[in-house]
Ligand binder design. Structure first.
Ligand SMILES: [Fe+2]
Length: 284
């Protein structure tokens, strides 16, 4: 189910509740109602036992993220034999990834519109050791907040020179690097006037298909952070802060591109929050 259709389905369920205030034009609940729910959860989390530790993953059944109510797992995950899965899973070799695929600004025969940006960082394990030769894939909206996807039909322009998809392999020190366009925020139908903070989706494959992790990178200082149920579904403030890149003026290139650095930590206490280890979705 796509993000928008899942949100609409969750919204239609809530539509049966007469006590829910709704916008008369969209039929969706207001931001204030969703923000109040997020605030209550944040207060409960802040008041947890001191030795409870840090929640480093998004909550899969986070009520302010409406569609998560319908699609979160209700049963324990079934462990599968990775050897059996790997027999049928896709695989790739070094030669399958062209270095030019890391530049999202040169794919379609012209300059895309928007702020040219370099996004780079290291993929490391919990001890800071580089994770080498890893496939890193990204997908994102264009500068106007529009995806090249048939389910994204909101009134923002597509860019004929921008697909929003790229990939690369980490080098011997675990570095990845993309040249892209800074994505714009975009609306979604979780509630009335819901907007996602600008973000780039990341997927890492690990050493085999069953180790895939998916997450999102954000840009610093976004005013939509406090309003976004997906970002706030990571209830620990320090954990979700690890999804925010750092502006790096040394990466910024004279008259060419701004630069952001974002490291991905796969394990340990400072692990980067991920949506799920084997997600099949993540289009919001
Ligand atoms: Fe998205």
């Amino acid at each position: 189910m796509s993000e928008s259709s899942a949100a609409a389905a969750a919204g239609s369920t809530a539509a049966n509740r007469p006590d829910v205030e709704r916008d008369p034009t969209s039929g969706l609940e207001p931001q204030a109602a969703v923000s109040a729910e997020m605030r209550r959860t944040a207060e409960e989390y802040a008041a947890r036992d001191a030795d409870a530790g840090e929640e480093t993953r998004p909550r899969l059944d986070y009520p302010p993220y409406r569609s998560s109510l319908l699609r979160h797992p209700t049963k324990a995950l079934v462990q599968v034999d990775p050897e059996g899965v790997e027999l049928w899973a896709p695989c790739f070799g070094e030669r399958d990834v062209d270095p030019l695929e890391a530049d999202l600004t040169i794919q379609r025969g012209g300059e895309p519109v928007g702020e040219r940006t370099v996004v780079t960082g290291r993929v490391v394990d919990g001890d800071g050791r580089p994770v080498r030769r890893q496939l890193v894939e990204i997908w994102q909206a264009n500068a106007g907040g529009r995806y090249v996807h048939q389910r994204d039909q909101h009134p923002a322009a597509l860019d004929p020179h921008f697909t929003g998809m790229g990939r690369c392999l980490t080098d011997e020190d675990g570095w990845y690097r993309f040249t892209t366009i800074k994505p714009g925020p975009y609306p979604w139908r979780n509630h009335h006037n819901a907007w996602r903070p600008a973000h780039i989706h990341f997927s890492l494959f690990g050493t085999d298909f069953t180790q895939r992790v998916v997450t999102q990178m954000y840009f610093p200082g976004d005013p939509l952070f406090a309003l976004d149920p997906i970002y706030q579904s990571i209830v620990d403030p320090q954990a979700r802060e690890r999804l925010v890149a750092t502006y790096d003026h040394d990466l910024t290139q004279h008259e060419w591109a701004t630069g952001y650095r974002w490291d991905i930590v796969l394990t340990g206490a400072h692990r980067t929050p991920v949506e799920t280890d084997t997600t099949e979705e993540g289009d919001a």
